[in-house]
Design a binder for this molecule. Structure first.
Ligand SMILES: Nc1ncnc2c1ncn2[C@@H]1O[C@H](COP(=O)(O)OP(=O)(O)OP(=O)(O)O)[C@@H](O)[C@H]1O
Length: 348
């Protein structure tokens, strides 16, 4: 049930069967979510519906159907109150080139209702926090991409919100810039207690930053779980074995033995982790720890097969999407991995 009138301290964002249909595209498709305090990552490939969700949550764009509440406020009727309490960092470059960071952020603080002195003080504090203090009087037009992203983050924080919505804050940054931005985002929560919803198309970078990750695809929920659940589920071993006289299809024999031992697999038959055909001889095993390695090694030996390779795969968003689809098709295999509404709460 979406609470529209009471702020509860557990639910920060709640959506219930939220849909947004454009004439040609369904951007959000009956999305039900429950997001608690802390840092939450919203992951999805381009076009998955992340920006559309953020605009609805800010009360800037009406949903076609369903409901949503932010900090207990109904997005359909209380957009202005939501925007007073929520900061927003848009995805695209939206900064005026000919004013300084200080002028711009003071302006945004005044727009949020802060009186002039408070706006100047908060601007100085916030710019210092994002690491832009030295350059604060230079025109933004001369800033690097990383500095511009920091100005965008500062304007989202200046009015001391309870929650910030950050749309692809690492876009366009090099690896060092990404790490710095992710560290800053983490500190927004640890230093100020502000909850964060941060979007990215890269699962890997959010794993390190977020307490909780929500994955959407085609406007639908694929998975919502704590980052630790996610990481364990997406740790994948690629295993390749030889055939033998006893087992002319060694891969199939190993799959059967491992299935009986309770192991689950990522991807579908005949497809590798990217969904490409031609990888029929590679088993993608969901690893839960050292014991999975031991089990695979012992099973291969027990069958008398040769182990060609057993290697850990990097996490890939495509794998997670596929795993999510498999879980939806076979919920019995998802023990401990919540994707239904209600499983999205942080454990605090
Ligand atoms: N105003 C609009 N009119 C028509 N279609 C739209 C509009 N806004 C978004 N869409 C479509 O809705 C889908 C979801 O877009 P959205 O921008 O929410 O995705 P996203 O996950 O934020 O991706 P990106 O990171 O590329 O922005 C896309 O297919 C997009 O083309």
């Amino acid at each position: 049930m979406v609470r529209a009138t009471t702020v509860d301290d557990v639910t920060v964002i709640a959506t219930e069967s939220l849909s947004k249909r454009f004439p040609r595209v369904t951007a959000l498709d009956r999305l039900s979510l429950d997001i608690g305090p802390g840092v939450t990552g919203l992951v999805g490939s381009n076009g998955a519906g992340k920006s559309t969700l953020i605009k609805i949550l800010l009360g800037l764009s009406p949903a076609t159907e369903g409901r949503a509440a932010v900090l207990g406020l109904d997005v359909a009727t209380e957009g202005a109150a939501i925007r007073e309490r929520v900061g927003y960092m848009p995805e695209h470059d939206c900064l005026p080139p000919d004013v300084s960071a200080t002028e711009f952020v003071v302006h945004m603080a005044r727009m949020s209702g802060l009186p002039p002195t408070a706006a100047r003080e908060r601007t100085a504090d916030t710019l210092r926090h994002v690491g832009l203090y030295e350059e604060r009087y230079r025109p933004i037009g001369g800033y690097s991409t990383g500095m511009k992203q920091r100005v965008k983050l500062a304007q989202a924080l200046v009015h001391d919100p309870k929650l910030v919505l950050l749309d692809e804050p690492t876009n366009g940054l090099d690896p060092v810039g990404r790490d710095e931005m992710l560290g800053l985002i983490r500190r927004v929560h640890t230093d100020f207690g502000i909850s964060v919803l941060v979007t990215s198309h890269l699962l890997g970078e959010l794993e390190r930053t977020c307490d909780h990750v929500v994955v959407i695809d085609g406007g639908s929920l694929l998975r919502s779980s704590s980052t630790s659940d996610f990481t364990s589920v997406t740790t994948t071993l690629a295993v390749e074995v030889t055939d033998s006289d006893d087992h002319p299809d060694g891969t199939d024999a190993l799959r059967k033995v491992l299935t009986e031992a309770g192991i689950t697999f990522v991807g579908h038959d005949g497809l590798d982790a990217e969904g490409l055909p031609g990888a029929r001889h590679i088993l993608l095993v969901e690893a839960t720890g050292e014991e999975t390695y031991d089990l695979v090694r012992d099973s291969v030996a027990g069958l008398g097969l040769g182990l060609i390779r057993m290697e850990q795969r990097r996490h890939r968003i495509a794998e997670v999407f596929r795993a999510g689809e498999a879980h939806r098709a076979a919920p019995a295999a998802t023990a401990g991995v919540g994707q239904q509404k209600g499983s999205g709460h942080h454990e605090h």
